[in-house]
Design a binder for this molecule. Structure first.
Ligand SMILES: NC(=O)c1ccc[n+]([C@@H]2O[C@H](COP(=O)([O-])OP(=O)(O)OC[C@H]3O[C@@H](n4cnc5c(N)ncnc54)[C@H](O)[C@@H]3O)[C@@H](O)[C@H]2O)c1
Length: 283
């Protein structure tokens, strides 16, 4: 199945990135969000990122214009009717995602695959909002989407082999390397393995052991990580990290996944990381 017109729901960090990635690969992408304000902000962000690449001589102005012309920004779900593959990347909230999947199920052609970029929510529960659970799966892109090579392909209980194969082919056509989980698993591989590290870094900071800068530098120098864990939480978004930990803790009932108090406190204070201008660092 040759995917030509992907439809992306959510124009935040991930949705805008997935839209840009698809357009860079020559596809006509539609990206929807809840208001003109959010959509315009996302469009400007993509434009600024591409303009920086033009300045650095990595792409031409023509390339930039043609990528931008292939992204259709909207606040309307209806264009999903014309699309052949949907990727949902709205906030990490099960009820909200189920509402979107129910709508997409009624709008899209019966052949259309509906993927979710959820970090940790149950694919099967999201799929239960549709009449096509065999065509629902997780496609977990990584941030920044245009750069990170991995896409985790995550099964729901009823996801068909054909759906998995099509999603893997689609990921490869976008220049990514898909890795598929053998069974449904909350938070797939990377987010689950990383969870403990990110939480512990936040606790080490909260305990006053070291500053964010020193914690991050220590992990880069001592563990060979390309980026420090606190800078990574800021990039992911503290709200997204908290939602993931709550899901993991709720599902697996294991104290290892209990969200640290410092993360809850910072989210309550609106310190969501890069996207809000402040997290462990100021932006
Ligand atoms: N941030 C990361 O590093 C990362 C990485 C992998 C996966 N994810 C997952 O991707 C999803 C999106 O994360 P994000 O970081 O882009 O979040 P974000 O907060 O940057 O963006 C979410 C967007 O969804 C929009 N939205 C909310 N409800 C909507 C609706 N009903 N219809 C249309 N748009 C709606 C919001 O307005 C917002 O623009 C989450 O499920 C998250 O867990 C995030």
């Amino acid at each position: 199945m040759d995917i030509k017109k992907p439809f992306i729901v959510g124009a935040g960090i991930m949705g805008a990135g997935i839209g840009q990635l698809c357009a860079q690969q020559g596809l006509e992408a539609t990206v929807v969000d809840i208001s003109d304000e959010v959509v315009n902000k996302a469009r400007e962000k993509v434009k600024t990122g591409l303009a920086r690449r033009v300045e650095k001589g990595k792409i031409t102005q023509e390339d930039m214009d043609s990528v931008l012309s292939r992204i259709n920004w909207t606040t309307d779900l209806d264009p999903a009717r014309e699309c052949d593959f949907c990727i949902e990347a709205i906030s990490e909230n099960l009820d909200a995602k189920k509402v979107i999947f129910e709508s997409l199920d009624s709008i899209c052609s019966p052949e259309t695959i509906l993927a979710t970029n959820t970090t940790a929510l149950s694919i099967s529960e999201i799929a239960s909002a549709t009449s096509r659970p065999d065509k629902v799966l997780g496609m977990h892109f990584f941030n920044p989407v245009v750069i990170m090579k991995l896409v985790e392909v995550i099964r729901g209980e009823k996801t068909s082999g054909e759906t998995i194969a099509t999603a893997k082919e689609f990921a490869e056509s976008l220049g990514k390397i898909p890795i598929t989980t053998a069974k449904e698993a909350p938070a797939g591989i990377v987010s689950r393995v990383l969870a403990g590290l990110l939480n512990e870094a936040a606790v080490v900071y909260a305990d006053g052991v070291a500053s964010p800068e020193d914690i991050d530098e220590a992990m880069k120098l001592g563990a060979g990580h390309p980026m420090g864990p606190l800078a990574l939480i800021d990039m992911i978004g503290l709200d997204i990290h908290l939602a993931k930990m709550e899901t993991l803790y709720g599902n697996l009932k294991d104290e290892r996944y209990k969200p640290p108090e410092i993360i809850r406190k910072m989210v309550a204070e609106g310190k969501l990381g890069k996207k809000s201008g402040e997290g462990f660092y100021k932006y």
